[in-house]
Design a protein around this ligand. Structure first.
Ligand code: AMP
Length: 414
């Protein structure tokens, strides 16, 4: 059995999953959060949750346990967080000292134009990820803290960085270039990079596999609709257009992010409302999107508000769908037609109403959703288009951790 430990680290928390790559199943997973000094005024106790998915039964065969263990304790930094995680593996299983993983895979949000494939982490790669923090100040520093703590905890294992931007390195210049002064843009590396690439790759490949059709032949649109949301046009397995830009702020309306907005709104607010750069950053990243419009950031609450006749929730939902339709139409035009449209992530996998609303004006393009299939729930990949639809519409559960584990193994295996 070869297991890969997948780590997704932010500045004050990290998630992990130990994945058996042969069975593609998670053996254990967990979350260490509220990392920081508890003695400071803003400090709180850290929380570590460890869940064991499978345990060996008496005869050695795996049985499902899904037991969760939670502890509260001071976790001043990522290194302590990793020690707590290792301890949880030893206490509750599976023991990493008895059966160590073959490699550790790290999710890194921003790989800039430098990293276009999963990369074995060396001190030089660490320096490059650090340097890319200029482009992703909210994400890369946390990933780097996780990488350093994990490398200290597992010095003998290969560590691999898997970048959210990597899948979009195939974007053509026309799609990634902003129409601004070229010299300034080059100097500051301003261009579109795209994000959620691990998910878009996983979903587009899973969709092709499910349909039993060669990836190279398919034109696909993937809607990754979670708290963050993006859509990608994929031609023959290559990302050719995506909605997120230099940062994950551009594009669709999201849980708390505005997505596309006239940049002059920012000049106006700076001049007229005296908002600082940091205020504007927080406004568009943390207090906009469906939260800014409706007061709630979770799509389930928005839908409940729509049902209750709440006008703010109704407008938020309509703005959300309007943007989805605009991108669907744009990507149909960019691709010159489409064979498969997939929905994934929290909203995409769960909200029949969002899926129907995103595509309901596209009957003229041969896109027909079957209402009953769309409403039906179930695990795995499922078709929600009618049998006569020219375009196949799917719900595809994403699995970024598995994709990171598989890519990590490819690099680690050499
Ligand atoms: P993710 O970022 O992929 O974990 O997605 C999280 C988001 O999915 C939540 O904030 C919800 O808005 C949304 N979500 C989860 N379950 C549902 C559901 N049953 N209906 C609508 N939205 C959902």
């Amino acid at each position: 059995m070869s297991a890969v430990l997948v780590v997704n680290s932010g500045s004050s928390s990290f998630k992990y999953q130990l994945i058996d790559v042969d069975s593609r199943m998670p053996l254990a997973s967990g979350l260490v959060e509220r990392i920081g000094d508890p003695s400071t005024s803003s400090g709180t106790m850290g929380v570590a949750k460890h869940k064991v998915h499978f345990a060996a039964s008496g005869d050695g065969s795996p049985t499902v346990t899904d037991a969760t263990y939670v502890q509260e304790l001071p976790i001043p930094d990522h290194a302590v967080g990793f020690a707590v995680m290792l301890d949880a593996f030893e206490t509750h299983g599976p023991s990493l000292s008895e059966a160590p993983p073959v490699a550790v895979g790290h999710r890194v949000v921003h790989g800039g134009a430098r990293f276009f494939e999963p990369t074995l982490i060396t001190p030089l790669v660490e320096i490059n990820i650090d340097e890319l923090s200029v482009l992703a100040p909210l994400h890369n520093p946390g990933a780097l803290q996780g990488i350093r703590a994990a490398r200290a905890a597992f010095p003998e294992l290969p560590h691999v960085a898997v970048f959210d931007t990597a899948f979009h390195q195939t974007l053509p210049p026309a799609a990634y270039t902003y129409a601004i002064d070229r010299e300034l843009a080059e100097q500051h590396r301003i261009r579109r990079y795209g994000f959620h690439g691990t998910s878009h790759k996983f979903v587009s490949e899973a969709a092709a596999g499910f349909l039993g059709r060669p990836l190279e032949e398919l034109k696909q649109i993937v809607f990754h609709l979670g708290n963050g949301a993006s859509v990608t046009a994929i031609d023959g397995g290559r990302s050719v257009e995506t909605s997120m830009g230099m940062t994950p702020l551009e594009g669709l309306v999201m849980g708390t992010r505005s997505g596309d907005i006239d940049p002059a709104v920012l000049f106006h607010l700076a001049r007229r409302a005296s908002l600082s750069i940091d205020d504007l950053d927080a406004l568009l990243n943390k207090r906009s999107g469906i939260l800014g419009l409706s007061g709630v950031g979770d799509m389930r609450d928005v839908e409940a508000g729509v049902d209750a006749g709440d006008p703010d929730a109704t407008l938020a939902f309509e703005v959300y769908l309007h943007r989805l339709r605009a991108y669907a139409g744009s990507y149909l035009a960019q691709l010159g037609g489409v064979d498969v449209i997939s929905f994934t992530a929290g909203v995409g996998e769960n909200s029949a109403r969002v899926r129907a609303g995103a595509l309901d004006t596209l009957g003229f393009a041969g896109i027909e959703i079957d209402a009953a299939r769309n409403e039906a729930r179930g695990p795995g990949i499922r078709v929600i288009s009618t049998d006569s639809s020219a375009v196949t519409v799917l719900v595809v559960p994403t699995n970024e951790e598995l994709e990171i584990a598989l890519q990590t193994l490819t690099v680690a295996a050499g």
